[in-house]
Design a binder for this molecule. Structure first.
Ligand SMILES: *Cc1c(COP(=O)(O)O)cnc(C)c1O
Length: 430
Protein backbone atom coordinates (compact mmCIF):
# COMPACT_ATOMS: atom_id res chain seq x y z
CA UNK A 1 0.00 0.00 0.00
CA UNK A 2 1.38 3.38 -1.07
CA UNK A 3 1.08 6.02 1.68
CA UNK A 4 3.66 8.58 0.60
CA UNK A 5 1.23 11.51 0.63
CA UNK A 6 0.07 10.68 4.17
CA UNK A 7 3.69 10.44 5.32
CA UNK A 8 4.46 13.85 3.83
CA UNK A 9 1.25 15.42 5.12
CA UNK A 10 1.96 14.12 8.61
CA UNK A 11 5.49 15.55 8.60
CA UNK A 12 4.23 18.90 7.39
CA UNK A 13 1.38 18.96 9.92
CA UNK A 14 3.78 18.21 12.78
CA UNK A 15 5.58 21.47 12.06
CA UNK A 16 2.53 23.58 12.77
CA UNK A 17 0.05 21.47 14.76
CA UNK A 18 1.16 19.79 17.98
CA UNK A 19 1.85 16.15 17.15
CA UNK A 20 0.35 16.78 13.72
CA UNK A 21 -3.19 16.20 14.99
CA UNK A 22 -6.02 18.03 16.71
CA UNK A 23 -6.95 15.15 19.03
CA UNK A 24 -4.22 12.85 20.38
CA UNK A 25 -5.46 9.37 19.43
CA UNK A 26 -5.43 10.34 15.74
CA UNK A 27 -1.61 10.33 15.83
CA UNK A 28 -1.53 6.48 16.02
CA UNK A 29 0.81 6.84 19.03
CA UNK A 30 -0.26 3.65 20.76
CA UNK A 31 -0.13 1.42 17.66
CA UNK A 32 2.70 3.03 15.70
CA UNK A 33 2.59 3.63 11.97
CA UNK A 34 1.48 6.64 9.96
CA UNK A 35 -1.97 8.10 10.45
CA UNK A 36 -3.80 8.29 7.14
CA UNK A 37 -4.72 11.76 5.98
CA UNK A 38 -8.27 11.57 4.73
CA UNK A 39 -9.39 13.03 1.43
CA UNK A 40 -13.05 12.03 1.64
CA UNK A 41 -15.59 9.62 3.04
CA UNK A 42 -18.42 7.86 1.23
CA UNK A 43 -20.93 5.52 2.90
CA UNK A 44 -18.94 2.83 4.72
CA UNK A 45 -15.61 3.95 3.26
CA UNK A 46 -12.76 6.37 3.86
CA UNK A 47 -10.37 7.43 1.07
CA UNK A 48 -6.92 8.69 2.00
CA UNK A 49 -4.80 11.26 0.16
CA UNK A 50 -2.95 8.46 -1.68
CA UNK A 51 -6.22 7.13 -3.07
CA UNK A 52 -6.40 4.07 -0.78
CA UNK A 53 -9.88 2.92 0.24
CA UNK A 54 -10.73 1.66 3.73
CA UNK A 55 -13.82 0.04 5.24
CA UNK A 56 -14.34 2.44 8.15
CA UNK A 57 -15.19 0.98 11.57
CA UNK A 58 -14.35 4.24 13.36
CA UNK A 59 -17.04 6.41 11.76
CA UNK A 60 -15.58 9.62 13.23
CA UNK A 61 -15.52 7.88 16.65
CA UNK A 62 -19.24 7.24 16.67
CA UNK A 63 -21.28 10.11 15.21
CA UNK A 64 -21.77 8.72 11.70
CA UNK A 65 -24.38 6.02 12.28
CA UNK A 66 -25.69 6.78 8.77
CA UNK A 67 -22.20 6.50 7.27
CA UNK A 68 -20.27 9.19 5.42
CA UNK A 69 -22.16 11.72 3.31
CA UNK A 70 -25.65 10.43 4.00
CA UNK A 71 -27.66 12.28 1.35
CA UNK A 72 -30.46 13.39 3.71
CA UNK A 73 -28.01 14.82 6.24
CA UNK A 74 -25.89 16.49 3.56
CA UNK A 75 -29.02 18.09 2.09
CA UNK A 76 -30.22 19.27 5.51
CA UNK A 77 -26.84 20.89 6.13
CA UNK A 78 -26.73 22.61 2.74
CA UNK A 79 -30.27 23.97 3.10
CA UNK A 80 -29.39 25.26 6.57
CA UNK A 81 -26.09 26.85 5.52
CA UNK A 82 -27.91 28.80 2.81
CA UNK A 83 -30.00 30.46 5.49
CA UNK A 84 -27.04 31.53 7.60
CA UNK A 85 -24.27 29.85 9.58
CA UNK A 86 -25.03 31.15 13.06
CA UNK A 87 -27.30 33.74 14.63
CA UNK A 88 -26.59 33.77 18.35
CA UNK A 89 -30.37 33.81 18.72
CA UNK A 90 -32.84 30.95 19.16
CA UNK A 91 -34.22 28.94 16.23
CA UNK A 92 -37.23 26.58 15.97
CA UNK A 93 -34.88 23.77 15.00
CA UNK A 94 -33.43 23.63 18.51
CA UNK A 95 -36.88 23.18 20.07
CA UNK A 96 -37.67 20.40 17.59
CA UNK A 97 -34.48 18.49 18.39
CA UNK A 98 -34.99 18.99 22.14
CA UNK A 99 -38.50 17.51 21.86
CA UNK A 100 -37.20 14.45 20.01
CA UNK A 101 -34.58 13.76 22.69
CA UNK A 102 -36.99 14.33 25.57
CA UNK A 103 -39.60 12.03 24.01
CA UNK A 104 -37.13 9.14 23.86
CA UNK A 105 -35.13 9.43 27.08
CA UNK A 106 -36.79 8.92 30.46
CA UNK A 107 -35.60 11.32 33.11
CA UNK A 108 -34.82 14.01 30.52
CA UNK A 109 -37.43 16.75 30.93
CA UNK A 110 -35.35 19.75 29.82
CA UNK A 111 -32.12 20.03 27.86
CA UNK A 112 -29.40 22.55 27.06
CA UNK A 113 -27.35 22.24 23.86
CA UNK A 114 -23.58 22.69 23.69
CA UNK A 115 -20.86 21.98 21.12
CA UNK A 116 -18.91 19.01 22.53
CA UNK A 117 -19.29 16.06 24.86
CA UNK A 118 -16.66 17.60 27.12
CA UNK A 119 -18.81 20.69 27.55
CA UNK A 120 -21.90 18.58 28.18
CA UNK A 121 -20.38 16.55 31.03
CA UNK A 122 -18.57 19.54 32.52
CA UNK A 123 -21.79 21.58 32.60
CA UNK A 124 -23.88 18.66 33.88
CA UNK A 125 -21.48 18.23 36.80
CA UNK A 126 -21.56 21.92 37.69
CA UNK A 127 -25.33 21.78 37.76
CA UNK A 128 -25.45 18.52 39.73
CA UNK A 129 -23.08 19.96 42.33
CA UNK A 130 -25.22 23.07 42.67
CA UNK A 131 -28.36 20.97 43.04
CA UNK A 132 -26.98 18.56 45.62
CA UNK A 133 -24.95 21.21 47.45
CA UNK A 134 -22.00 18.81 47.64
CA UNK A 135 -18.67 19.26 45.83
CA UNK A 136 -17.38 15.71 45.52
CA UNK A 137 -18.08 13.61 42.46
CA UNK A 138 -17.70 9.88 41.86
CA UNK A 139 -16.50 8.48 38.55
CA UNK A 140 -15.38 5.01 37.52
CA UNK A 141 -11.97 3.84 36.47
CA UNK A 142 -11.72 3.49 32.68
CA UNK A 143 -14.72 5.69 31.90
CA UNK A 144 -13.99 8.78 29.81
CA UNK A 145 -16.12 11.88 30.09
CA UNK A 146 -14.12 14.42 28.10
CA UNK A 147 -11.14 16.45 29.20
CA UNK A 148 -12.38 18.94 31.81
CA UNK A 149 -10.18 19.26 34.91
CA UNK A 150 -12.47 17.46 37.36
CA UNK A 151 -12.72 14.46 35.06
CA UNK A 152 -9.06 14.00 34.12
CA UNK A 153 -8.54 12.03 37.28
CA UNK A 154 -7.51 8.42 37.74
CA UNK A 155 -7.80 6.05 40.63
CA UNK A 156 -5.40 6.79 43.45
CA UNK A 157 -2.86 4.14 44.37
CA UNK A 158 -3.72 1.38 46.81
CA UNK A 159 -6.81 1.99 48.84
CA UNK A 160 -6.83 5.78 48.42
CA UNK A 161 -10.40 6.91 47.92
CA UNK A 162 -9.70 10.18 46.17
CA UNK A 163 -8.26 10.34 42.72
CA UNK A 164 -5.06 11.90 41.49
CA UNK A 165 -4.66 14.09 38.39
CA UNK A 166 -4.20 11.98 35.26
CA UNK A 167 -2.68 14.96 33.45
CA UNK A 168 -0.15 17.61 34.43
CA UNK A 169 -1.89 20.94 34.75
CA UNK A 170 -4.82 19.56 36.71
CA UNK A 171 -4.44 20.90 40.26
CA UNK A 172 -4.64 18.39 43.09
CA UNK A 173 -7.08 20.84 44.63
CA UNK A 174 -9.47 19.86 41.83
CA UNK A 175 -8.75 16.16 41.69
CA UNK A 176 -9.26 15.77 45.42
CA UNK A 177 -12.97 16.34 44.79
CA UNK A 178 -13.13 13.42 42.36
CA UNK A 179 -13.43 9.92 43.76
CA UNK A 180 -12.64 7.04 41.45
CA UNK A 181 -14.19 3.60 42.00
CA UNK A 182 -13.65 0.37 40.04
CA UNK A 183 -16.19 -0.14 37.24
CA UNK A 184 -18.71 -2.95 37.64
CA UNK A 185 -17.68 -3.80 41.22
CA UNK A 186 -20.54 -3.67 43.71
CA UNK A 187 -18.31 -4.79 46.55
CA UNK A 188 -16.96 -1.72 48.32
CA UNK A 189 -19.14 0.71 46.35
CA UNK A 190 -21.23 1.64 49.37
CA UNK A 191 -18.16 2.86 51.25
CA UNK A 192 -17.56 5.57 48.65
CA UNK A 193 -21.03 6.93 49.42
CA UNK A 194 -20.61 6.61 53.17
CA UNK A 195 -17.23 8.32 53.32
CA UNK A 196 -17.25 10.57 50.31
CA UNK A 197 -19.98 13.22 50.76
CA UNK A 198 -20.73 12.78 47.07
CA UNK A 199 -22.84 15.28 45.11
CA UNK A 200 -23.04 13.37 41.86
CA UNK A 201 -22.05 10.15 40.15
CA UNK A 202 -21.13 10.09 36.47
CA UNK A 203 -20.91 6.83 34.56
CA UNK A 204 -20.83 5.45 31.05
CA UNK A 205 -23.46 2.72 31.58
CA UNK A 206 -22.11 1.10 28.43
CA UNK A 207 -18.44 2.02 28.67
CA UNK A 208 -16.90 2.56 25.25
CA UNK A 209 -13.66 4.26 26.15
CA UNK A 210 -11.77 1.29 27.65
CA UNK A 211 -12.81 -0.91 24.77
CA UNK A 212 -16.49 -1.88 24.97
CA UNK A 213 -17.31 -2.88 28.55
CA UNK A 214 -21.01 -2.78 29.45
CA UNK A 215 -21.94 -2.46 33.12
CA UNK A 216 -23.93 -5.31 34.62
CA UNK A 217 -27.62 -4.72 35.33
CA UNK A 218 -27.01 -5.37 38.98
CA UNK A 219 -24.25 -2.77 39.13
CA UNK A 220 -26.40 -0.04 37.57
CA UNK A 221 -29.39 -0.77 39.79
CA UNK A 222 -27.19 -0.83 42.90
CA UNK A 223 -25.80 2.54 41.86
CA UNK A 224 -29.31 3.95 41.45
CA UNK A 225 -30.32 2.67 44.89
CA UNK A 226 -27.23 4.15 46.55
CA UNK A 227 -27.78 7.51 44.83
CA UNK A 228 -31.36 7.55 46.10
CA UNK A 229 -30.32 6.61 49.62
CA UNK A 230 -27.57 9.24 49.86
CA UNK A 231 -29.25 12.06 47.88
CA UNK A 232 -26.78 11.91 45.00
CA UNK A 233 -27.46 12.98 41.39
CA UNK A 234 -26.95 10.09 38.94
CA UNK A 235 -25.62 11.16 35.53
CA UNK A 236 -25.56 8.72 32.61
CA UNK A 237 -22.89 9.80 30.17
CA UNK A 238 -24.44 8.64 26.90
CA UNK A 239 -22.29 10.79 24.65
CA UNK A 240 -21.25 7.58 22.89
CA UNK A 241 -24.04 5.11 23.67
CA UNK A 242 -26.98 7.49 23.14
CA UNK A 243 -28.75 6.65 19.84
CA UNK A 244 -25.86 4.18 19.23
CA UNK A 245 -26.39 1.19 21.52
CA UNK A 246 -30.11 1.55 20.75
CA UNK A 247 -32.56 4.34 19.97
CA UNK A 248 -32.90 4.89 23.71
CA UNK A 249 -29.22 4.28 24.42
CA UNK A 250 -28.44 2.47 27.65
CA UNK A 251 -32.02 2.88 28.81
CA UNK A 252 -33.06 -0.09 26.63
CA UNK A 253 -30.65 -2.31 28.55
CA UNK A 254 -31.19 -1.17 32.15
CA UNK A 255 -34.44 -0.54 34.00
CA UNK A 256 -32.94 2.52 35.63
CA UNK A 257 -33.84 6.16 35.12
CA UNK A 258 -30.93 8.56 35.70
CA UNK A 259 -31.39 12.11 37.01
CA UNK A 260 -29.34 13.59 34.18
CA UNK A 261 -28.06 12.39 30.79
CA UNK A 262 -25.33 13.75 28.52
CA UNK A 263 -25.41 13.28 24.74
CA UNK A 264 -23.03 14.02 21.87
CA UNK A 265 -21.67 12.20 18.81
CA UNK A 266 -24.78 10.77 17.04
CA UNK A 267 -27.03 13.70 18.02
CA UNK A 268 -24.80 15.95 15.89
CA UNK A 269 -24.81 13.69 12.83
CA UNK A 270 -21.11 14.50 12.34
CA UNK A 271 -21.29 18.19 13.30
CA UNK A 272 -20.11 19.67 16.64
CA UNK A 273 -23.22 19.28 18.77
CA UNK A 274 -23.86 17.81 22.21
CA UNK A 275 -26.33 18.36 24.99
CA UNK A 276 -27.11 17.65 28.60
CA UNK A 277 -30.51 17.23 30.14
CA UNK A 278 -32.36 15.95 33.14
CA UNK A 279 -35.17 16.40 35.54
CA UNK A 280 -36.79 19.83 35.43
CA UNK A 281 -36.16 20.24 39.14
CA UNK A 282 -32.40 20.09 38.48
CA UNK A 283 -32.34 21.83 35.09
CA UNK A 284 -34.25 24.85 36.34
CA UNK A 285 -31.20 25.87 38.39
CA UNK A 286 -29.47 26.67 35.10
CA UNK A 287 -29.06 30.24 33.87
CA UNK A 288 -31.15 32.20 32.79
CA UNK A 289 -33.85 30.56 34.95
CA UNK A 290 -31.52 29.77 37.83
CA UNK A 291 -28.13 30.90 39.02
CA UNK A 292 -25.81 28.21 37.65
CA UNK A 293 -23.89 29.83 34.81
CA UNK A 294 -23.33 28.14 31.47
CA UNK A 295 -23.23 29.62 27.95
CA UNK A 296 -21.84 29.22 24.41
CA UNK A 297 -21.51 31.53 21.39
CA UNK A 298 -22.10 28.66 18.95
CA UNK A 299 -24.30 26.48 21.21
CA UNK A 300 -27.25 25.03 19.30
CA UNK A 301 -25.68 26.17 16.03
CA UNK A 302 -28.38 25.89 13.33
CA UNK A 303 -26.22 23.98 10.84
CA UNK A 304 -25.15 21.46 13.49
CA UNK A 305 -28.70 21.11 14.77
CA UNK A 306 -29.99 20.54 11.21
CA UNK A 307 -27.53 17.66 10.77
CA UNK A 308 -28.34 16.22 14.19
CA UNK A 309 -32.07 16.56 13.78
CA UNK A 310 -31.98 14.71 10.46
CA UNK A 311 -29.80 11.97 11.97
CA UNK A 312 -32.08 11.54 15.00
CA UNK A 313 -35.37 11.73 13.01
CA UNK A 314 -34.15 9.10 10.57
CA UNK A 315 -33.33 6.83 13.51
CA UNK A 316 -36.72 7.42 15.09
CA UNK A 317 -38.45 6.64 11.79
CA UNK A 318 -36.37 3.50 11.21
CA UNK A 319 -36.05 1.95 14.67
CA UNK A 320 -35.63 -1.51 13.13
CA UNK A 321 -32.20 -0.42 11.87
CA UNK A 322 -30.61 -1.24 15.26
CA UNK A 323 -31.43 -4.93 14.89
CA UNK A 324 -29.69 -5.03 11.54
CA UNK A 325 -26.65 -3.08 12.81
CA UNK A 326 -26.41 -5.36 15.85
CA UNK A 327 -26.60 -8.47 13.64
CA UNK A 328 -23.72 -7.09 11.53
CA UNK A 329 -21.70 -6.26 14.66
CA UNK A 330 -22.28 -9.78 15.99
CA UNK A 331 -21.33 -11.31 12.66
CA UNK A 332 -18.08 -9.31 12.70
CA UNK A 333 -17.21 -10.17 16.30
CA UNK A 334 -18.14 -13.87 15.92
CA UNK A 335 -15.95 -13.94 12.82
CA UNK A 336 -12.98 -12.26 14.50
CA UNK A 337 -13.28 -14.55 17.52
CA UNK A 338 -13.48 -17.75 15.54
CA UNK A 339 -10.53 -16.79 13.31
CA UNK A 340 -8.50 -15.98 16.44
CA UNK A 341 -9.51 -19.16 18.24
CA UNK A 342 -8.62 -21.29 15.19
CA UNK A 343 -5.07 -20.05 15.67
CA UNK A 344 -4.98 -20.54 19.44
CA UNK A 345 -5.51 -16.86 20.20
CA UNK A 346 -8.06 -15.89 22.85
CA UNK A 347 -10.35 -13.00 21.93
CA UNK A 348 -13.01 -11.43 24.17
CA UNK A 349 -15.79 -9.70 22.27
CA UNK A 350 -18.79 -7.52 23.10
CA UNK A 351 -21.64 -6.04 21.08
CA UNK A 352 -24.27 -3.45 22.06
CA UNK A 353 -26.39 -2.39 19.12
CA UNK A 354 -24.09 -0.81 16.54
CA UNK A 355 -21.13 -0.76 18.97
CA UNK A 356 -18.56 -3.55 19.15
CA UNK A 357 -15.34 -4.23 21.01
CA UNK A 358 -12.65 -6.91 21.17
CA UNK A 359 -9.74 -7.63 23.47
CA UNK A 360 -6.81 -10.00 22.93
CA UNK A 361 -7.33 -11.35 26.43
CA UNK A 362 -7.71 -14.81 28.01
CA UNK A 363 -10.50 -13.85 30.37
CA UNK A 364 -13.70 -11.85 30.21
CA UNK A 365 -13.17 -8.08 30.56
CA UNK A 366 -15.39 -6.49 33.22
CA UNK A 367 -13.37 -3.47 34.28
CA UNK A 368 -10.36 -1.34 33.37
CA UNK A 369 -7.89 -3.57 35.21
CA UNK A 370 -9.08 -6.55 33.14
CA UNK A 371 -8.85 -4.45 29.96
CA UNK A 372 -5.28 -3.43 30.77
CA UNK A 373 -4.27 -7.09 30.92
CA UNK A 374 -4.95 -7.41 27.18
CA UNK A 375 -2.13 -8.10 24.71
CA UNK A 376 -1.56 -4.63 23.26
CA UNK A 377 1.52 -5.71 21.29
CA UNK A 378 -0.61 -8.22 19.42
CA UNK A 379 -3.28 -5.55 18.99
CA UNK A 380 -0.79 -3.16 17.39
CA UNK A 381 0.37 -5.79 14.91
CA UNK A 382 -3.22 -6.68 14.12
CA UNK A 383 -4.18 -3.04 13.64
CA UNK A 384 -1.32 -2.45 11.20
CA UNK A 385 -2.08 -5.61 9.17
CA UNK A 386 -5.78 -4.76 8.94
CA UNK A 387 -5.03 -1.22 7.83
CA UNK A 388 -2.74 -2.56 5.08
CA UNK A 389 -5.68 -4.67 3.90
CA UNK A 390 -8.03 -1.70 3.81
CA UNK A 391 -9.81 -2.22 7.13
CA UNK A 392 -9.84 0.93 9.26
CA UNK A 393 -10.09 0.02 12.96
CA UNK A 394 -9.61 2.38 15.90
CA UNK A 395 -5.85 2.86 16.48
CA UNK A 396 -6.01 1.87 20.16
CA UNK A 397 -6.81 -1.34 22.03
CA UNK A 398 -9.13 0.65 24.31
CA UNK A 399 -11.67 2.00 21.86
CA UNK A 400 -15.06 0.75 20.72
CA UNK A 401 -15.80 0.12 17.04
CA UNK A 402 -18.89 1.16 15.10
CA UNK A 403 -21.13 -0.25 12.39
CA UNK A 404 -22.93 2.21 10.09
CA UNK A 405 -26.17 1.82 8.17
CA UNK A 406 -24.54 1.49 4.75
CA UNK A 407 -22.58 -1.65 5.75
CA UNK A 408 -23.70 -5.06 4.54
CA UNK A 409 -22.89 -8.71 5.17
CA UNK A 410 -20.42 -9.02 2.33
CA UNK A 411 -18.40 -6.06 3.65
CA UNK A 412 -18.38 -7.64 7.11
CA UNK A 413 -17.26 -10.94 5.59
CA UNK A 414 -14.47 -9.09 3.79
CA UNK A 415 -13.29 -7.72 7.13
CA UNK A 416 -13.38 -11.21 8.65
CA UNK A 417 -11.32 -12.54 5.74
CA UNK A 418 -8.78 -9.74 6.30
CA UNK A 419 -8.76 -10.68 10.00
CA UNK A 420 -8.01 -14.33 9.13
CA UNK A 421 -5.16 -13.31 6.80
CA UNK A 422 -3.75 -10.81 9.31
CA UNK A 423 -3.71 -13.32 12.18
CA UNK A 424 -2.24 -16.00 9.91
CA UNK A 425 0.62 -13.67 9.00
CA UNK A 426 1.16 -12.74 12.64
CA UNK A 427 1.33 -16.35 13.89
CA UNK A 428 3.73 -17.14 11.06
CA UNK A 429 5.91 -14.19 12.01
CA UNK A 430 5.39 -12.39 8.71
C1 LIG B 1 -16.53 11.18 23.24
C2 LIG B 1 -16.99 11.18 24.64
C3 LIG B 1 -16.97 12.33 25.44
C4 LIG B 1 -16.33 13.62 24.99
O1 LIG B 1 -16.95 14.16 23.89
P1 LIG B 1 -16.15 15.23 22.98
O2 LIG B 1 -17.17 15.67 21.99
O3 LIG B 1 -15.00 14.48 22.40
O4 LIG B 1 -15.70 16.32 23.89
C5 LIG B 1 -17.53 12.27 26.69
N1 LIG B 1 -18.08 11.14 27.16
C6 LIG B 1 -18.10 10.01 26.43
C7 LIG B 1 -18.73 8.79 26.99
C8 LIG B 1 -17.54 9.98 25.15
O5 LIG B 1 -17.54 8.84 24.46
Amino acid sequence: MEILHSVNDFNEAKQVIVGGVNSPVRAFGSVGGTPRFIAKGEGSYLYDVDGNKYLDFVQSWGPLIWGHCDSDIVEAVIESVKKGMSFGAPTELETTLAKEIIALYDGVEKVRMVSSGTEATMSAIRLARAYSGKDNILKFDGCYHGHSDSLLVSAGSGCATFGSPSSPGVPEDFSKHTLVAPYNRIEGLREFFEKGSIGCVIIEPIAGNMGLVPASKEFISTLRALCDEFGVVLIFDEVMSGFRASLKGAQSYYDVIPDMVTFGKVIGGGMPLACFGGKDEIMKLLSPVGKVYQAGTLSGNPVAVSAGLMSVCKLKNNPEIYKRLQALAERLMDGFRSEANKRGIALQTQVRGSMFGYFFNDTEVKDFDDAKRSDTVLFSKFHAKMLEKGIYLAPSAYEAGFICSTMNESEIDGAIKACAESLEEIVNGI
